[in-house]
Structures are given as C-alpha cells and as structure tokens.
Design a protein around this ligand. Sequence first.
Ligand code: PGA
Length: 248
Amino acid sequence: MKKIIIGNWKMYGDPAMAAALAQSIVKNTAGKANNAQVVICPPAILLPHVAPHLSGSTIKLGGQDCHIQPDGAYTGDISALMLKQAGCTHVLVGHSERRKFHHEQDIDVRHKAARAVKTGLIPVICIGESEEERKAGKTKDILAQQIRECIPEEAIQGDFILAYEPVWAIGSGKTPTMGDISDIHAYIISLAARRTGMDSASIPVIYGGSVKADNAREIMAAEAVSGVLVGGASLKAEEFCRIVAAAT
Ligand code: PGA
C-alpha cells in the first residue's frame, strides 16, 4: 500500500497563496511521490484555485467536511457532490475541530461518511481521544466507540481511510511515542477489521497530530501506520514536500 499523506489547510489561505502552494507542491514532488498518495484539502472556496494546478499530477484534492444530505435548505453548508464537482476525490469527516466547534457527534460523522461513499468520494474518518479521556485511561474505549459508530455500512468492503488524531496532539507540538502510535493503530485496525469483515491489510490508518518534516519519517515507518494527516506543516510548501519525501 502506498503511504497516504493528506494536507489539511484548515481555514487558512487566499486565492494567490492557494495557487502558489499547490504549484509548488506539484513541482517539488513531481517524480518523487511514487510511494505516496498525496491529497490536499484546502478550504472549500479555494478548491477552484487549487484544482487546475493539480491536473496532470498525481496529487489529489479533498474537502474538509460535507453535509449528510445530497442537497437542501442548509445555509452555509457544502454537499459531497459539490466537492466532487470541484475535483475532490476525498473528504475529511469528523475532524476534532468539527466535533468541537460544530458539535458533531459520531452519528453525524457516520452519515457524512456514508454520503461521501454514495457520492463516490473516499471519506477520511477522523477519530481520537481528548486529553481528559487519555488521562482517565479511556483512550481505547473511546476509539472502540468511534469505530463502532463512525464507519457506515456503505463503507464496508469499500474505500475509506481512518485517521487517528489524538486531540491533545493537534497543533500542540506533542505526539505520542512511536510505540504508542503503533499499538493504537494495531488496535484500531483490529477493531475496524472486525466491524467491517475486511482484511486488516486493506484498512489504512493514518496518524495526525503535530506531524512535521522532522518526525514524519519515523512516524510513517512505525508499524501499522499507513500515512499521515498534516495540519500546520501542510501550509508550508518546503516542509510539506519534505514530509512527502519522507514516505519514499
Ligand atoms: P496539526 O493538525 O498537524 O497542525 O497538529 C493536524 C490536524 O488537525 O489534522
């Protein structure tokens, strides 16, 4: 399986920056990203400024969220089909910032993932424990619940990616030990295999939370890690390209 490297730009950027960053990533990874599937997820309104620069490259485009319904009176929301028509192949669902600031629950995440699959997008289903949950020794219980609730029937035997993002590691500069990452990924894979009936080797679980050029190689080399989900470091072309290079 190729390593999966996803850049989540969050709510950063403008048209000029988006175009320049996309061009720079394409240029600096050309011919070097053979062992990696790179996906970049700009804010929805910047997708048309990024998409033209990715055509002809191996780099794919993703959305940061989608609505559970195909369309409707949902002011401010974006549908999975709109993302697809803008050139996306992937969409993040259940990112901890969506859970925190938009009060998304596991059931919403499941419906979003289902809508993505029905629309022909690959959902990147984000799960992970908070600092309090970790301190209370509940990490594995929380992950088990999220895996049970967030993977929709539609995704079973299909294409989906799980992203393990401990909430306390996002944007904090803190990461779990490599041993903990491998242990938790193996646990996630075994539960997801049981839940879906899929072969564990076909369930990609990527790690996210303070991934930088300096730690990407070690993280991606860890047992049971299929790639990385990168926030802050995906906004700097040079740093992001070093992360892509670390997969090869
Ligand atoms: P970070 O964010 O790399 O800035 O920690 C990761 C994420 O939120 O996906």
